[in-house]
Design a protein around this ligand. Sequence first.
Ligand SMILES: [Cu+2]
Length: 111
Amino acid sequence: MNCMSRSLLALTLAAMAASSFAATSVKATVNGMVCAFCAQGIEKRLSKLPATQAVYVDLKQKVVAVEAKDGQTLDAKAITAEIIDAGYDVIKLETVQQSAAEIKADMKGGK
Ligand SMILES: [Cu+2]
């Protein structure tokens, strides 16, 4: 290995470390959830998806957040399908660079 490829490798490793730092989540606004059982049902379904690391449901703010496992991509279509299948409406879906815990903290912060 020469000098050039060694420094390239170092750069690549640094980039990988930086990217694994920020968690990616799919944040959905869902209509129709009224009680803790609704939240539980959705949480259970979404937890079963292969790329799901964590799920957070906020009944009051109608938010369902699914955090992706490191290096994996969440299937927004599958998430939407699961929520609709469970009997609820997805109004909005967005990808955010936050973990489920960070989204939860935001919600509790009263934003
Ligand atoms: Cu319910």
